[in-house]
Design a protein around this ligand. Structure first.
Ligand code: GTP
Ligand code: SPV
Ligand code: MN
Length: 596
């Protein structure tokens, strides 16, 4: 066998693993990514020369590039995502599982010779600020320049990471081969016990940027369970009041349900004038730990960029996200304006480009085209430092103290605009019983309600019942320091199918009630499902929403909830005896409350 030459590093564990992967994938050459701008610039130029990237208008979008993936490769593939623990029980009933040695054999066949004639890039990266005690290191091998350039935005990469890893440090082994993007042989596989991730036959987002969902959620949730911390699908925002005090909120919503938008929200004008501000710490993932000094829950955002949903992002809905994409950003599967090499997507403005290339690569007249010019799951990869409201604590290696945890999803009926859990255990139950309509972020049907506990259904790296147990355990450790837990729903619809709540910046009004509850300034009344505000508790200044409309948004229809409880019972049944007793107890309480 002809082994491509590679320069060894000072860490023998890395060298040994590299040797094995190179022998298997058989790349023509191997390149270490050192993170230098000169190396990255050369890779951008190479990707442009092969057509993998299109350089966008340097004046309007400096440092920005455009990329399309193949039609069958535009979202995460949950049915091809596996958690390969030694036993099926450990992976649990909602994860796909295969016995590890069987899966290794299967993958070995797929990876053998997969990089023939190609270059293998070695990307050392850190999730979390380099060298922070809370950060973790991964090394991703990939045959895709697109992946290298995205990882450079989404994580901290390069030689400085190798320096921290040192001669003996441990790392998450991440192997990605784009191979021939064959959907029939696409696998996204995790071996939690081996700290290993293997992804093959995809070139899209969460399937291939292995630091993100694969490491920072699936592997990290497993590590968190072992080590006593939590990896969650949560945004982190700081809300500054007119006195200049900042309180932090972490919120878990399923994919494409509003995390990026909430994380960067711009308060309604009357609140801005009073001096309220929102600061973004993270828009997708939070790593949470109990700080031994004050016993409180602290969060870091392990990422360095935003892999955000493009459609719907506009100056009006999410000014800060749009600003973040104005330089050094990669756009994937949006529409291209061929006249001035800028980008467009549904919801950006009312002016689709006439001379347009759509996400399928077809040249079309965008002003008359009937279908979507951008794919509904088209994305921007933007550096977090571009964000006008990035928090001063973004790089703080200790993280920020969390005052409130918020769960939410897309529910046309059922869930009210906001309610509070009575205590941590009830809050864990509220998270565990979350449900949401599916979105384009994953392959498959859109708009179907499914249960998505803590927005982690696609991302939990072990048995979901044990994950509920871990949440309960964390609550016991936190005791009186546990953040209050809430549930929100921005997506309630009236009988005509219109959203009843304006959403976006106006969600601030709900956040204020949440923080007023935390500081004991706002009232709530108990209901069958938890603590509800009365309509007058939500500030509707300038909103043009009537008291009746707000009442409707806050209403709890017991009959609809009873149906939901039946569905919850069925859902929980799959966990059998592993379902924690505290969760069963909470279900009994809800059932009883609804039937009283
Ligand atoms: P992932 O990156 O997939 O995890 O998504 P996300 O949770 O960050 O969702 P994002 O903020 O990107 O929003 C997804 C879609 O929901 C976009 O099209 C938004 O315009 C829309 N959206 C976000 N917030 C709101 C809201 O408050 N109300 C309504 N009606 N739509 C919203
Ligand atoms: C999500 O689907 O929750 C995302 C996008 O954030 S991806 O990185 O593709 O998972
Ligand atoms: Mn996400």
């Amino acid at each position: 066998m002809n082994m491509a030459e590679f320069t060894k590093c000072s860490n023998e564990k890395v060298n040994k693993w590299l040797e094995e992967q190179i022998a298997m994938c058989q790349p023509e050459s191997v390149v270490w990514i050192d993170g230098s701008e000169s190396q990255l610039e050369a890779l951008r130029a190479e990707a442009v020369s092969t057509g993998e990237l299109i350089k966008l208008n340097e004046e309007k979008l400096p440092g920005c590039y455009y990329h399309r993936t193949t039609e069958n490769d535009v979202a995460r593939v949950e049915d091809r995502t596996f958690i390969c623990t030694p036993t099926e029980e450990e992976a649990g009933p909602i994860n796909n599982w295969m016995e590890p040695s069987q899966m290794y054999d299967k993958l070995k066949a797929l990876y053998t010779g997969a990089m023939k004639g190609r270059t293998m890039y070695i990307i050392p990266y850190s999730m979390g600020p380099v060298g922070s005690p809370f950060s973790k290191i991964g090394i991703e091998l990939t045959d895709s320049i697109y992946v290298v350039l995205n990882m450079n935005i989404m994580t901290r990469i390069g030689q400085e990471v190798m320096d921290v890893l040192g001669t003996d440090g441990d790392f998450v082994k991440c192997l990605h081969a784009k191979k021939d993007v064959n959907p029939e042989e696409r696998y996204i596989v995790h071996f939690p016990q081996d700290n290993a991730i293997m992804s093959v036959n995809s070139a899209y987002g969460g399937n291939v940027l292995l630091g993100k969902k694969c490491f920072a959620l699936r592997i990290a949730s497993y590590l968190g369970k072992q080590e006593g911390w939590m990896a969650e699908h949560m945004l982190i925002l700081g809300l500054e009041n007119p006195q200049g005090e900042v309180k932090y909120i972490a919120a878990a919503f399923p994919s494409a349900c509003g995390k990026t938008n909430l994380a960067m929200l711009i308060p309604p004008e009357y609140l801005q004038e009073k001096g309220y501000k929102v600061w973004t710490v993270g828009d997708d993932i939070a790593w949470l730990r109990i700080n031994p000094e004050d016993g409180k829950l602290y969060a870091i955002n392990p990422e360095a960029g935003f892999f955000g949903v493009a459609p719907g992002t506009s100056e009006k809905t999410n000014f800060n996200a749009l600003e973040s994409t104005k330089k050094n950003t990669i756009f994937t599967n949006v529409a291209l304006n061929n006249d001035d090499l800028t980008v467009w997507w549904e919801g950006l403005d009312k002016n689709p480009p006439k001379n347009c290339t759509n996400w399928l690569g077809e040249k079309v007249d965008g002003t008359t085209y009937e279908g979507n010019l951008a794919h509904p799951n088209s994305r921007f990869t933007a550096p977090a430092i571009n964000c006008p409201c990035i928090s001063s604590e973004f790089e703080n290696p200790q993280g920020v103290p969390i005052s409130a945890i918020v769960f939410g999803g897309r529910r046309a009926k059922t869930a009210p605009l906001v309610y509070q859990a009575r205590d941590w255990e009830h809050g864990v139950f509220v998270g565990a019983t979350m449900a949401s309509e599916t979105t384009a972020a994953a392959a498959g049907a859109v708009g179907v309600v499914r249960r998505d506990p803590m927005a982690m259904k696609p991302f939990v790296g072990y048995n979901m019942a044990d994950y509920f147990g871990h949440w309960l355990e964390m609550g016991k450790k936190l005791g009186d320091n546990a953040p209050a837990i809430f549930h929100v729903n921005w997506f309630r619809k009236d009988d005509e199918g219109n959203f009843m709540w304006p959403g976006f910046g106006d969600n601030m009004r709900v956040l204020l009630w949440i923080l007023d509850r935390v500081s004991g300034k706002a009232d709530a009344h108990d209901s069958a499902i938890g603590l509800l505000p009365t309509a007058s508790d939500i500030d509707t200044t300038g909103l043009g929403i009537s008291a009746e409309e707000l009442d409707a948004l806050l209403s709890v229809d017991k009959e609809v909830w009873k149906e939901d409880v039946e569905n919850i019972k069925e859902y929980f049944a799959q966990f059998g005896d592993r379902l924690p007793a505290d969760i069963k107890k909470q279900l009994e309480i809800l059932d009883k409350n609804l039937n009283d």
